[in-house]
Design a protein around this ligand. Structure first.
Ligand code: C2E
Ligand code: CA
Ligand code: CA
Ligand code: CA
Length: 278
């Protein structure tokens, strides 16, 4: 939407304040980025507080464009979705994350799971479930070591269809995590209708911990509801010791965040895991 700005200038009203030109440029570069191998996955550990063990990793996409420099996924994922490039890109992410997980399993980290972010558009592909199952099979990975992270935006679109697909994946023992929980279109009823194995408490809540504000109260309730429904509850964006202590006290299972590690490149993650293993 084009509007008259304050000083009478025309300004573009775009999400994240991206200009149209910037989005166009990102899209243009995205088309060649895959074949030019400009993408990389980094990995962040998920730590079980009770067992004091790393139980899994989340794969996060990075793009270093020779023309644009480092571009945040917060910017390019949206463009990749709009242009449907997210389909081949998402397939690449899934395969690469599974390949790394297989490698780690062979190095003695057989208990690790891999969490992969899945865009709504991927889930809406008719052959998505086959792609997931086939990818696991091709690496000889058990289905229960893969977790698909979805957000509620997935559900707004085509609810019944998506639920059926998720149920089929869950029936095959693939884990489903509800990402960014507590933000956006959050509805508690999703929890009863979806085959969710893991609730991820959004990192925006962490700022309020442990000061006892309404937000912190909400976190306590989210943990309680998740536990009551037999879900694993993980808090993301945990940076400080006092957040960790508070979450542990409230019964939160797992945490992910800079407190333990920033997302690391594959080689660095191998080393990090070897140190943790002591
Ligand atoms: P997300 O899935 O909620 O990922 C968590 C984000 O929080 C990541 O940002 C991570 O680097 C950051 N983070 C982790 N720990 C901390 C912490 O302690 N403090 C702070 N301040 N931040 C922390 P990142 O990597 O920039 O990714 C942003 C978003 O881009 C992701 O949010 C996800 O929605 C999307 N994304 C990333 N990779 C992929 C992908 O492969 N596919 C899809 N569809 N989306 C992706
Ligand atoms: Ca390029
Ligand atoms: Ca995620
Ligand atoms: Ca998240």
């Amino acid at each position: 939407a084009k509007e008259a700005g304050k000083g009478g200038y025309a300004v573009f009203d775009h999400p994240l304040n991206d200009t149209f030109a910037e989005r166009m440029n990102i899209e243009k570069q995205l088309y060649t980025a895959m074949e030019q191998e400009e993408f990389e996955l980094v990995y962040q550990p998920q730590v079980d507080l009770i067992l004091n063990k790393v139980t899994g990793l989340e794969a996060l996409l990075r793009w270093k464009s020779p023309e644009l420099g480092y571009v945040s996924p917060l910017k390019f994922i949206k463009v990749a979705e709009d242009s449907h490039l997210i389909i081949p890109l998402g397939t690449w992410v899934l395969r690469s994350a599974c390949a790394f997980l297989k490698l780690l399993h062979e190095q003695g980290f057989g208990h690790l799971t891999m969490s992969v972010n899945i865009s709504m558009l991927q889930l809406l592909q008719t052959d998505f479930n086959e792609l997931v199952l086939h990818t696991l099979e091709s690496f000889g990975l058990q289905p229960d070591c893969l977790e698909l992270e979805i957000t509620e935006t997935v559900l707004v679109q085509s609810y019944d269809h998506v639920i059926a697909k998720l149920n089929a994946l869950r029936a095959r023992n693939i884990k489903i995590a509800l990402d960014d929980f507590g933000t956006g279109y959050s509805s508690l009823s999703y929890l009863t209708h979806l085959p969710i194995s893991t609730l991820k408490i959004d990192k925006s809540f962490m700022d309020s911990i442990p000061t006892g504000t309404n937000q912190a109260t909400l976190v306590e309730q989210i943990i309680r509801i998740g536990k009551r429904m037999n879900m694993s509850v993980i808090a993301e964006g945990v940076e400080r010791q006092e957040q960790l202590a508070y979450l542990l006290e409230q019964g939160c299972d797992k945490i992910q965040g800079y407190f333990f590690s920033r997302p690391l490149a594959a080689k660095d993650m191998e080393q990090w895991l070897a140190c943790w293993k002591e």
